[in-house]
Design a protein around this ligand. Structure first.
Ligand SMILES: [Zn+2]
Length: 463
């Protein structure tokens, strides 16, 4: 017997189930933390314990958006190195990033999470890989902010141990030791990972990238993840420069390198995957390796266009990611639905690259699949967790667009009237319900200024 029910009626519904079932006018009933029913017309009669009944006229309901790649700390280093490609951009920013401390990371996480939530994200993730010595409990701070904002969350506990003196890209003072990184990652899993299917917090093992991580950390990281039963995440095949780095240092391309270190498999998802040939795509398909597609960041850093239509045709799980906000200042995922569709239509498949429904699927079910959670989130179906968004489509921006899914994907960013996570309201009429948005904005500005001051001070590098 449900303790409380929320009923939403008279709205268009895109369920993103296996058949892409849609209703021009339908209902969703939420009972406690779960979706109880979805269907055409009004809600079933005689429901008890209805605490809220919402008239969704002029709205579209979809599953909540799932973000599969982000770096929260970059919220306080936005708008820098704006005309660089990836490697130059990294080299320009590493010295600043290496100065982050716990209050900075906490304020940046709060900002990133608030922006995610406001844009209809119900499951967020953070790939955090900068852990300067003595900086405090950064993972704990990030996880705490996710809980405070009310979003479902995966922390991909990152790491770097290949500094400049080992032929890597980051400066030596920005990296951890192999042993230190592995021990801290294991401790984060033991402290925070919830293996239950309804979990609000999960941890993944996430060494940063081939050019900032030793082969041994890749290998032992994969072993650690499998021993603990958690997922694996990293950056891969992002740029032509990375491809050259792998050929020169490892004598093979990125995908072969990942395979040789245990980094292809159904428990792995990788950000970007732009520079993939047919045999790379076949390897991802064969092993069930997932992809976080980040179209805005790839464009901002001139990385190229990921072969999403080919990945989908090969059955590769693909979700969307904003990537860090130092390479995608907007920090919004609902605009990535549009950008994924537009960017891929500029590629070789042209107008047949992606449909509006496929774009919505990438941002919802696709993301859930990539995070290994598609059995519980990512579509609106009875028995799944109540993570959903009510998008307002009856104002100037959208009221004359015929098809609600086209309005959401191709139109201006749609306002969020209501967002539920685990049955709880996290956004109401465009405002966050759990945190004070203005306080989050103020703290982020203050910490961004403090980081800029600390980073330009000569000497006393964090070591
Ligand atoms: Zn990234």
């Amino acid at each position: 017997m449900a303790a409380s029910r929320i009923v939403i009626e008279n709205c268009a519904i895109a369920t993103v189930d296996a058949h892409d079932t849609e209703y021009a006018s339908g209902h969703v009933v939420v009972a406690d933390t779960l979706i109880e029913s979805v269907g055409a017309g009004g809600a079933p009669a005689g429901l008890e314990n209805v605490v809220r009944r919402i008239d969704g006229t002029g709205h579209l309901v979809t599953p909540g958006l799932v973000n599969t790649h982000h770096h929260f700390y970059q919220w306080i280093t936005r708008g820098l190195a704006t005309d660089h490609h990836l490697f130059d951009w990294l080299v320009a920013l590493y010295p600043t990033w290496a100065r982050v401390d716990e209050p900075m990371v906490r304020a940046a996480a709060a900002g990133s999470l608030a922006m995610m939530a406001r844009g209809g994200v119900t499951t967020a993730m953070d790939h955090h890989y900068v852990y300067p010595r003595g900086a405090g409990d950064l993972s704990g701070a990030i996880i705490g902010e996710a809980a405070r904002t009310g979003l479902r969350f995966t922390l991909a506990r990152g790491s770097m141990d290949r500094g400049e003196s080992d032929g890597g890209l980051p400066p030596d003072f920005a990296v951890e030791t192999l042993e230190g990184a592995l021990a801290a990652t294991e401790e984060t899993i033991d402290t925070h990972h919830d293996a239950s299917p309804d979990a609000m917090t999960q941890i993944a093992v996430a060494p940063c990238s081939p050019f900032s991580v030793s082969t041994e950390l890749m290998r032992q990281g994969a072993e650690l993840a499998r021993r603990k039963g958690v997922r694996l995440h990293t950056h891969g095949s992002e740029t032509a420069e990375e491809e050259r780095f792998c050929e020169e240092v490892f004598g093979m391309g990125p995908t072969d390198y990942f395979e040789s270190t245990g980094w292809l498999g159904p428990d792995v998802w990788m950000a970007h995957c732009v520079h993939m040939n047919d045999s790379d795509i076949a390897a991802f398909s064969r092993t069930g390796t997932g992809v976080a597609h980040c179209p805005s960041s790839n464009a901002r850093l001139a990385a190229g266009i990921a072969r999403v239509p080919d990945l989908l045709a090969a059955g590769v799980p693909v979700g969307l990611g904003v990537d860090g906000t130092a390479s995608n200042e907007s920090g919004e995922l609902h605009t990535e639905l549009r950008n994924a569709l537009l960017v891929n239509r500029l590629g070789t498949h042209r107008e047949r690259a992606l449909t509006t429904r496929q774009a919505l699927r990438l941002g919802t079910y696709g993301g859930a699949r990539v995070l290994g959670r598609a059995d519980r989130i990512g579509s609106l179906e009875a028995g799944k967790l109540a993570d959903l968004v009510l998008w307002r489509l009856d104002t100037l921006a959208h009221s004359s667009i015929a098809d609600p899914v086209a309005a959401l994907v191709l139109g201006a960013p749609a306002p969020v009237t209501l967002s539920l996570v685990h049955g709880r309201t996290v956004v109401e009429d465009g405002r966050l319900t759990m945190v004070d948005e203005d306080a989050v904005a103020g703290a982020a500005r203050d910490e961004a200024r403090r980081l800029a001051r600390v980073a330009t001070r000569p000497g006393d590098v964090t070591a």
